[in-house]
Design a protein around this ligand. Structure first.
Ligand code: AMP
Ligand code: MG
Length: 270
């Protein structure tokens, strides 16, 4: 599903965009369907047709910040209505040449769910799966819920703003700290607001989503980061998810359902 591996399903969909449908696996179709559904439910904040913008911003890392014309051109190649797929025919099609999809905001969650299926079918009842930011806590840790750290978005990996105590839940964080670059004192990160074409600025440094399903948590953490706290709450509720928000102002907010499961760290600053 990587857009960086030649001949992956995603690369073939992108290569054939505007020409013809690509034959893809059932797994890819499952992820495309979930991505499109959450994309629509999020009002377009989550949009896997974001790749033309990602490419522009990737070039930006070398100092070449995209200009308005470039952003407008990339945006014109986007849109979930341009993505079509058929489960029966195992095919997916992007209807515009130059259009391209990027499953970076959801595929890790899918992979984590698959890993859970593999270990549970092998008889393992208690485990933690960590796919770098995508965690699934299965069962218990010595009869107690697993403790999952919530990364401090402004500190090195491993420094937490708090801990979540969970069982049979996925915990997924999206934030400014994962991939970013700084030019002229301005931080540019890897989560793009499809509406503006710029890295999302919604008053958050990170959002951590807690859900039954890791693919849902993954897509929703990216969507919530783009939407911001207030606008993402109805979406999270709709999918029965809880979340911890790290606000730009340095405060933490966790949704009601996590009140007994989240413990803020003693000394936090971010
Ligand atoms: P995550 O770390 O799960 O929040 O995903 C970030 C990755 O998702 C980026 O590196 C891109 O590959 C992709 N992405 C960026 N912005 C969006 C967006 N608005 N909707 C969907 N995927 C996105
Ligand atoms: Mg994500």
């Amino acid at each position: 599903m990587s857009a960086f591996i030649n001949n992956s399903d995603v690369s073939r969909i992108n290569f054939l965009a505007g020409k013809k449908a690509a034959v893809v696996s059932k797994d890819t179709l499952k992820v495309l369907a979930a991505a499109k559904e959450i994309g629509i439910e999020s009002g377009g904040a989550f949009d896997i047709t974001v790749r033309p913008l990602m490419k522009l911003w990737r070039q930006g890392q070398s100092g070449d910040i995209p200009d308005n014309a470039g952003i407008t051109a990339a945006k014109s190649l986007m849109g979930l209505q341009k993505l079509m797929f058929s489960d029966e025919m195992n095919r997916a099609f992007l209807s515009i040449k130059g259009g391209a999809i990027d499953l970076g905001g959801i595929a890790k969650g899918f992979a984590a769910d698959e890993a859970v299926k593999i270990i549970t079918s092998a008889g393992i009842k208690n485990a933690v799966i960590n796919f770098g930011g995508n965690i699934v806590a299965v069962g218990f840790n010595k009869r107690k819920p697993w403790c999952v750290g919530v990364q401090n978005p402004t500190a090195p990996r491993g420094e937490n703003i708090g801990s979540l105590f969970v069982t049979d839940k996925s915990v997924v964080t999206s934030g400014v700290n994962e991939r970013f670059f700084i030019i002229d004192g301005q931080l540019y990160h890897h989560i793009i607001d499809p509406r503006t074409g710029y890295p999302a600025k919604s008053g958050l440094l990170s959002v951590t989503v807690v859900a039954e399903n890791s693919m849902t948590a993954d897509a929703l953490s990216t969507a919530a980061f783009v939407l911001g706290e207030d606008k993402s709450l109805p979406l999270l509720r709709k999918y029965n998810c809880e979340a911890v928000f790290a606000r730009e102002s340095g405060e933490i907010y966790c949704t009601d359902g996590l009140r007994d499961n989240f413990q803020a760290a003693d000394k936090i600053s971010f």
